[in-house]
Design a protein around this ligand. Structure first.
Ligand code: DNO
Length: 352
């Protein structure tokens, strides 16, 4: 297991690389060019500059999260091939720079969705929260306003460019079935085959977060069965998964340990996050510790350990603790605690 930490780039993150270096065991920085609009080719000079900064701080650049997929590809519009070509070129460049795994998602319009970014927890910290009733009564536009107003940073996955055509794009999805979305994903993945094979890049699709349909939009990366179906769309090693325990785990019928054991050999990247689900199905992100939430984090780490998992792992969203001012979910402190918890479980297993 290779421990990594997500970092948004110089002047775009409250956390410094030198701070991350002080967390024991972190080998790699999970990075991206966050200001690149989906569908555009990433400039070589910028990839090189990022690589230089990250490597100079003593980390590898093996994992990119994310190269975002243009809406035309998800919708299967007539102009999708040009965006797929651009995606391929970006992968070629990333491969040359030494990137090994590219995380992406295939969620229509929205990336992850929450109704509150700074929900108070009983310990005085705050965390990301999802309220079902709010989601059922709010319009997409009002949700964007509600969620982005409290953050001084852009919220990754909620980039302005992605959301500016919100209403039009949502309408375009109206007629679309889950099957259509699977087909469009297959078309996209097949086209990436040659570049992935030539550059050794593994594609790792991120689960839908939360793993159910929102605003009537189709969502397919939601459960064990669909993950299996996605792997079969192109049954080759380059087509793999990002396993995010907090995304999939927000649905209590997703048994994370079972899912991980089933797809272990195609999971190239893992996000460890705990959520506490209440009786109504609302959920709040909590500390990584197993007993603080609804997900068996200890069991998850053990499943990876037992399998001799050799790919990448990172602590996912943390709470905002100790008055830290940071990107929502992406502070230094709670994610560092998360790493030490994971490190602790692993060391304990090693000793046994
Ligand atoms: C949220 C993240 C997601 C993830 C993308 C991957 O914090 O887990 O935004 O990066 O869905 O494409």
């Amino acid at each position: 297991m290779k421990m990594t930490f997500r970092w948004y780039g110089e002047n775009n993150d409250s956390v410094k690389l030198s701070y991350i270096k002080q967390i024991p065991g972190v080998e790699g920085i999970v990075w991206a060019l966050h200001d690149m609009p989906a569908g555009e080719v990433w400039p070589i000079e910028r990839i090189e500059a990022e690589k230089k900064t990250i490597e100079a701080a003593g980390f590898n650049i093996d994992v990119v999260e994310s190269v975002n997929v243009h809406e035309s590809i998800k919708l299967g519009r007539n102009d999708r091939d040009k965006y797929i070509e651009n995606y391929i070129e970006t992968l070629r460049r990333l491969g040359k720079a030494g990137v090994k795994v590219v995380c992406y998602n295939f969620m229509p319009v929205f990336d992850w969705v929450r109704t509150e970014l700074f929900h108070p927890l009983e310990d005085g910290s705050t965390a990301l929260h999802y309220d079902k009733e709010t989601m059922e009564s709010i319009t997409p536009r009002a949700l964007v306003e509600l969620v982005t107003k409290d953050s001084k940073y852009t919220v990754a996955g909620w980039e302005i460019e992605r959301l500016k055509e919100l209403d039009n794009v949502i309408n375009e999805y109206k007629e679309m079935t889950q099957e259509d979305l699977f087909n469009n994903l297959q078309y996209f993945l097949k086209a990436l085959g040659p570049v992935c094979k030539e550059s050794g890049i593994k594609m790792a699709i991120h689960p839908d977060d939360p793993p159910w349909s929102i605003f009537g939009l189709p969502r397919i990366v939601t459960n064990k069965e669909n993950l299996g179906k996605i792997l079969e769309l192109v049954d080759e090693p380059y087509n793999g998964l990002t396993l995010c325990t907090g995304s999939l785990g927000a649905n209590p019928s997703n048994d994370m340990v079972d899912i991980i054991k089933t797809y272990m050999n195609r999971i190239y990247f893992t996000h460890i996050r705990n959520v506490r689900i209440d009786a109504k199905g609302n959920f709040t992100e909590v500390s990584h510790r197993t007993q603080d939430g609804s997900i068996n984090i200890t069991g998850v780490v053990k499943a990876y350990f037992d399998a001799g998992y050799k790919y990448y792992i990172r602590p996912d969203h943390g709470r905002h603790i100790w008055d830290e001012q940071c990107r929502p979910g992406y502070g230094l402190y709670d994610r560092a605690l998360g790493i030490m918890y994971i490190n602790g479980i692993i060391d304990c297993l090693k000793k046994q």
